[in-house]
Design a protein around this ligand. Sequence first.
Ligand code: CTP
Ligand code: CA
Length: 226
Amino acid sequence: QERDSDKKLLEGRKVVITAGPTREMVDPVRFFTNRSTGKMGYALAEAAVSLGADVVLISGPSVLPIPAGVEFVSVTTAEEMYHRVHDVFPSADIVVKSAAVADYRPKEIFEDKLKKKDVNLVIEFERTKDILMSLGERKTHQYLIGFAAETTNVEEYAKAKLEKKRADMIVANNVKETGSGFGTDTNKVSIVTSGGDVRELPLLSKVEVAKEIYKEAVRHMKKGSS
Ligand code: CTP
Ligand code: CA
C-alpha cells in the first residue's frame, strides 16, 4: 500500500522506459533476439504510473499486457528503438534503459529465405548503436538510468558502464542468480550511482525493485539541483 507522499513521488515528471528484447531479422522467416521478456521494464512502467509520472513505454516484442495509463510505443529492432527514444528524450526527466538491446545485427538482411546447403553457414554481424551511450552524450537535465546484466564481476562491470555511458545510475543484476534475471517476477539488484556508491537490495518483486529505483533517483536528483 502506498503512502500519500509516494503517490506523488514522480508527479509532474516524464519518465521514459525501454523494455524487452530487440529483434534483428536475418531473412523473412528468421531473427536473432535474447531471453528478455520485458517483465522488469513493464514493472518499471507500472510503478512509475502509480507514483504519478507521465510514462512513455518503448518496448521490443513482448507478450505482456500493456500497463494501464502509459503511452505505448512498439518497436522491433535496436535501430528503431534508438530513434523512438531520441524522439521523446528532449522532454523526458528520467530515462530508464531496461531493454536488452541487441549488440549486433546481421550485416545484411536477406530478401528471400535462406535455403539450406551442404556447407556450414556463416553470418556476418555488425554493431548496433549504443542507445544509452548516445543519451549520455546528449543529456541536459535528464536523469539517466541503465541496467547491467552480468554473469560475473557484477559491481565492477556496472561501475565501468556508469562511467563509460555517462549514466547517473546503473542497476546491476547477476542473471545467473536464482530469482534474478530473465522471466522471473522477482529481482535482486545492486544500485550503483555516480560517485561509485553501491546499494544492495534484497530479493524483491520487480515492481518493488522499480519503486526503490525511483526513490533513489529522486533523492539524487534533489541533491544535484541544490
Ligand atoms: N544498451 C543500449 N544500447 C545498446 C546496448 C545496451 O542502450 N546497443 C543499454 C542497455 O539497455 C542497458 C545498458 O546499456 O541499460 C547496459 O547494457 P549491457 O548489455 O549490460 O551492456 P553493454 O554495454 O551492451 O556491454 P556487454 O553486453 O558487453 O556487457
Ligand atoms: Ca549488451
